[in-house]
Every structure is written in structure tokens, then in C-alpha cells.
Write a protein that binds this ligand. Structure first.
Ligand code: EPU
Length: 422
């Protein structure tokens, strides 16, 4: 699998319709959240991606029973889970495995979980997660690459996050949902997948208010039941990736199964660049006829411009007239992929947390590497606009989070194929 590459012959305009899958970052929280319930949960609109199959294997290892009514749904029964230790080799591979901490702690008041892995873009601390668990009364020790968490009782508490963290917000919700009394998270993250997780838990009987604002209030409940089916929201980042790819290839694409509200920061920037964006109830059409204008972008927690669209946006800005800048406001070091773009002729300078992009530049095809999930998507978009042939290696990273990316692009007219040969 590691030898697979995507081979792209560029300069084809993307045209047609594409349907976005369920949100990865919601699914990787909602599956572990099912551990907290005492009945069967049926979860729909789950993306078929590598991160989910790893998570599924981990959950089965813990004792969960998982059935597939169809390709994008799972019926999960967690009543047989009796282990609070998740230290399988697989776990280190998956950043989101940290949600097993909150979920197992919430269920058993104990958890032993391998320190999380995931994409490498600078230090990825979990101090805010730990601070939250401790505030609820748990003791946390990190030893031999494992996080060991233990509580006699979990008691609701006020928690102020020093940094806006998606992971810490979700983990604290998971740990607090069955705690005694009330937990408030202040300076909470507001991403759509946090709202989705809270909606899922509330549907199972939790009492969570304020998700989507920066103060979340969780009143602990004794029991969460399984029960009716829950459908995961569409993937904001996958939708954004297709919107950017449509603009970058000067195409005309209807992106279906999106929540236009989630796309507002991107839509605004695309319009500022001269890209046409039409919003419908649950789809967005992106097309482009004019020259692209330079813009300045800064990534921020939601509702700001998403950091996960920063690498694809950089590729798009290579086509804009003039000097654009992108400032990374979330991660310390998320510009490593720019060296790959330079091999294709991009004119980009990185100054600390800012990338300065001179355009327009005609990229030329080259062998390049996907350094992480979203950088990988950016490399694919670069291949789509470049002259000649681009081969993207290390695509396992892309498979972690994009469902059938090359098939969806092919259906839009891209010349892209997966190759196992050199
Ligand atoms: N941070 C801390 N302490 C913590 C936690 C985070 O200092 O305890 C800092 C981080 O170093 C970073 C910032 O806070 O500078 C934000 O990190 P956050 O915790 O929000 O990130 P995350 O939960 O680890 C999720 C997504 C990422 C996405 C970020 C930001 C999942 C599984 N991952 O990561 O998605 O970039 O939020 O939106 O939900 C991706 O999908 O490709 C991806 C990397």
C-alpha cells in the first residue's frame, strides 16, 4: 500500500457534480462517544476512510460489536466493552485515538491509552485535555508512551481552556457527560463537529448546552441510551477541498451534501478572489471565469478560515495575480509542504507563520510527496493545474481522510489514476 501513487495529468477543468462524504473529524469523535452508551447506536453518513477503519479495529479490540447495514452506516453495540486499556500498535497511528481517553474515562473512570500520533505539523500537545480531566477529579500520568488516567469519582467543574482546542473541548465533553453535576467549558472550540458530537450525545440522553458557542455547559446524566439512528454532518474540509479544486482548475462544479453556513469563511475568500460561488440549500456551485485576484488569508479556529484548508488554498493562490499571503494562526509548523510546491515552480517564501505567494505561476508536473493529509490534498490540486504529469507519493496519508478522492475527481473530468508501480 505504501508504494501506491497518484498519477495526474494536469490542466483539465473540473466540471460536474460531486457528493461530499460524512465529516471525518465528527466521525472520529462520535464513534468513541458510542462507548458511553448502554444500547446499540446506529450511525449514518460515516466516511469510508482509513482513519475510520483503524478506529473500528481498535473499538472491536475493546469488545465493541460493529455491523454494517450499508456502506456508510454502522450499528455499534458497546455493551460488551469491558476493557479500559487501548494500547494496541494501531492507536499510535491515529491522532483522534485521544478521544478514547475521554470516552473510556467517562465510562469506567479509568483509561490507559497510547499517546496519540497523527499528522506531523509541529508540537501537538494534549495539556488542555489533561487539565480538563484533572479538573473533573482524575489523576493523569504519562509513562512509557501511555497516558494513564484514573478517577474515584468524576465531578463536574468549571474549566477554562488556555487555547481554543477542538480535541480538548471534545474530550472534556466525553469525560463530563456522565460525571456528577455540572461542567462548564469556557473558551471552547466552536467547530461544526463539536456541535455534531453534542447533538449525537443529546440524542442518546445527554444534557449538553451551548455547543457551537464558546461556553458549553454539560449537566451529567446517569445513563446514555442507544436507540435511534444518528447521521453525521457533511465534511466541511472535503467540501472546501473540492471548492478550491474547482476554482484552481477554472472549472464549474456543484458540490453536493454541504452545509453552506460551514463554508462561509472560504466562500468569502473565494469571492474576494473573483471566483463565483452560488449557495443552495445543501449544495454550492463554484465556477470561475475571470482572473483570480490576490488575497490575504489567516487561519483561525471556527468560524475563521480553517487551518485544514490552508495547504489547498496556498496552491490556489499560486494562480492569483499579485502577492498573496497566508498566515497560519493555529499550528506552529504547517508549511513544510511548500518545498514540494517549489519543486513544481511555485514562488513562495515562508516567513515564520506567514507564506508569501507570488502569482500567477504556471506549475509544472513533478514527482512530489504528500507530507500529511491536507498537504496531500494540496499536492493533488497542484497536480490538477500543473502542466504535464505529476506523481504524488505517500498517498496513504490522503486515504486516511478523503473517501475515494481520485474517483470523485475522475468523475469531474480529472485525468488521475492510482498506480502501484514505480
Ligand atoms: N493545543 C495545545 N494544547 C492542547 C491541545 C491543543 O496547546 O492540549 C494547541 C495545538 O498545538 C494547536 C491548537 O491548540 O496549536 C489547536 O489544536 P486543536 O486541539 O484544536 O487540534 P486537534 O483537536 O488536535 C483537530 C483536527 C485537526 C485540525 C485541528 C484544528 C481532529 C481529529 N483533528 O485537531 O484536523 O487541524 O483540530 O482545527 O479533529 C485534519 O483533519 O487534517 C486535521 C489535522
Amino acid at each position: 500500500m505504501g508504494l501506491e501513487k497518484l498519477v495526474i495529468r494536469g490542466q483539465k477543468r473540473l466540471k460536474g457534480e460531486v457528493t461530499v462524504s460524512g465529516a471525518k473529524n465528527a466521525a472520529v469523535a462520535i464513534l468513541p462517544a458510542a462507548i458511553l452508551t448502554d444500547g446499540d447506536c446506529e450511525i449514518e453518513n460515516i466516511p469510508d476512510i482509513l482513519d475510520i477503519s483503524i478506529l473500528k479495529t481498535i473499538m472491536i479490540g475493546l469488545g465493541a460489536k460493529i455491523q454494517y447495514p450499508n456502506n456508510s452506516s454502522m450499528k455499534i453495540s458497546t455493551t460488551n466493552i469491558n476493557a479500559y486499556t487501548a494500547t494496541d500498535k494501531q492507536i499510535g497511528k491515529l491522532r483522534a485515538s485521544y478521544y478514547l481517553m475521554g470516552a473510556l474515562l467517562g465510562k469506567f473512570k479509568k483509561a490507559v491509552v497510547t499517546f496519540p500520533g497523527g499528522c506531523d505539523f509541529g508540537v501537538r500537545p494534549i495539556d488542555q485535555h489533561i487539565k480538563g480531566f484533572e479538573a473533573l477529579g482524575a489523576k493523569v500520568e504519562i509513562e512509557h508512551g501511555e497516558v494513564n488516567i484514573n478517577a474515584h469519582r468524576l465531578i463536574g467543574a468549571p474549566i477554562y481552556l488556555d487555547v481554543v482546542s477542538v480535541g480538548a473541548t471534545i474530550n472534556i465533553i466525553l469525560a463530563a457527560v456522565k460525571a456528577e453535576g455540572i461542567t462548564t467549558i469556557e473558551n471552547a472550540a466552536k467547530e461544526p463537529h463539536i456541535v455534531d458530537l453534542a447533538n449525537f450525545l443529546n440524542a442518546m440522553g445527554a444534557d449538553i448546552k451551548g455547543a457551537g458557542t464558546d461556553v458549553i455547559k454539560i449537566r451529567g446524566v446517569k445513563e446514555l441510551k442507544g436507540g435511534h439512528a444518528y447521521s453525521i454532518i457533511p465534511d466541511q474540509i472535503e467540501a472546501g477541498t473540492f471548492m478550491i479544486a474547482a476554482a484552481a482548475t477554472h472549472g464549474d462544479v456543484l458540490v453536493k451534501n454541504v452545509i453552506p453556513k460551514h463554508m462561509e469563511s472560504l466562500t468569502a475568500k473565494l469571492q474576494e478572489m473573483n471566483v463565483r460561488v452560488e449557495e443552495y440549500d445543501d449544495s454550492i456551485r463554484v465556477f470561475c471565469k475571470d482572473k483570480l485576484q490576490k488575497v490575504n488569508v489567516k487561519t483561525l479556529p471556527y468560524p475563521g478560515f480553517p487551518t485544514d484548508l490552508q495547504p489547498p488554498a496556498t496552491v490556489l493562490l499560486c494562480r492569483s495575480e499579485g502577492t498573496s499571503t497566508i498566515t497560519e494562526g493555529v499550528w506552529d509548523n504547517r508549511f513544510q509542504y511548500i518545498d514540494e510546491l517549489k519543486r513544481m515552480g511555485a514562488n513562495i517564501k515562508v516567513e515564520g507563520r506567514m507564506a508569501v505567494i507570488e502569482g500567477p505561476v504556471r506549475l509544472s508536473g513533478a514527482p512530489i510527496r504528500a507530507l500529511d493529509l491536507r498537504a496531500g490534498a494540496a499536492m493533488v490540486i497542484a497536480g490538477l493545474i500543473a502542466q504535464g504529469e505529476t506523481t504524488v507519493s505517500n498517498i496513504e496519508c490522503i486515504d486516511r481522510g478523503y473517501e475515494k478522492l481520485e474517483e470523485k475527481l475522475k468523475a469531474l473530468g480529472a485525468d488521475i489514476r492510482r498506480s502501484t508501480k514505480e
